[in-house]
Design a protein around this ligand. Sequence first.
Ligand SMILES: [Zn+2]
Length: 473
Amino acid sequence: MAQEKQTAWELYHSYENFKEKILTDRRFKHSDIVPLIERLKNNKIFKVDKVGKSVEGRDIYLISLGSGKTKVFLWSQMHGDESTATAALFDMFNFFSDDSAFPELKKLILSNLSILIIPMVNPDGAELFQRRNIFEIDLNRDVLGQQTPEAKILKEVFDSLKADFGFNLHDQGRDYSAGNSINPASISFLAPSPDYDKSLTPPREKAMKLIGNMVAVLNEFIPGHIAKYSDDYEPRAFGDNFTKWGTATVLLESGGWRGDREKQFLRKINYIAMLSALNSIASGGYANTDLNVYDSIPRNEKFMMDLILRNLKITRGNTDYVVDIGINFEEININGAKDFYLKAEIEDVGDLSVFAGYEEFDLSGYTVEPGKTKPEPYHSLDELEKINPVQLYRDGYTNVVLKNGDSKGEFTYLPFNIILNQQSFGESKIKPEEAANFIIKKDGEVRFTLVNGFLIDISMIEIWHGNSIVYGK
Ligand SMILES: [Zn+2]
């Protein structure tokens, strides 16, 4: 194990040499990865096959390397908006393409294993950055139904390989925490159950040991941020059936990491996790891992929110009360799902002491009230550009009305919301499911505002980096 940790640290420190620089965020498309796959054909260690097409005709590729007798099958992005591991697979291809670095590790892996990889099982979903395929079917509920070409391809490849090990690579929501800790579940694992009784069959036990081994390695880098996905049996899912059909299957889910919405750090962790797992399968070292390691991984819980404002006072009539306010952002795709803006919603109000925020602010001594809409309308975007936002906030407003002006879209980088149709926008309230626009005061003076979930210190308005919403579009 000490040797495996040492190797993992070397992979960590040399990562930038292998990182695929074409892939810079989560929203890359099939057209971005095809040239990278085609390039692999120039290197004789890779075999590149087309194994079928998506509904919209995008090629799905199987990439093979290694000549060993243990077969390891990895597939990613069955859900189109879960791309972290796909990017890491291309980093891994670069790692194997380079013949100078890590010669012993590569020799061990490639002589003992045959590695088979489908990156981006759901390219049509990736195009729209959505979970489901273009038929709006969740591929991970179609292993039995086989109504989608993508699920058929995955099943056919699986059947043709009868792999010893499988890696089912996904992303999970940012709201998962590692147990009841204040840490996001940045990587969650599961050795899926082969039946409702959650039987401990030999392939499942193998997967558990391998996961225990991966956890021991990853604890070097992300201690306290590893969790275990629910082991409830899902008879329509790939991982559960692959386990039932004899493959030691590991589910790996990339969750959230503070300050890393684009998950580029977690991509690096995926790269280390996969290479470490291949190392350990090739050496057989994983088999020595105690099952207790797997058992003691904390469960995925849902105690994370994007933002928590703590200890704010609300005044209603003659009564004051103190609350925490939790806020989550939704990502809304724009520009053909190549980009996104954020839309905030209040998740909960009250005692949120059991929750943790990706960001938190203690606002003890401050009072909060809903941001109001300025009643006098504006008539052009030019007029809006000239608004002094600090004066707007001091008057209690976070929203303005724009009449007969052309709006720029569904969101704006101005530090206030724009309402196009005043009738459609009621009075703001501080309660769950409402938009998150607040005026925050101390001693009667406005000190902070929250505009679409972005906290603004009004003495530093110029460093605003958020986006507001255009309502009534
Ligand atoms: Zn998924």
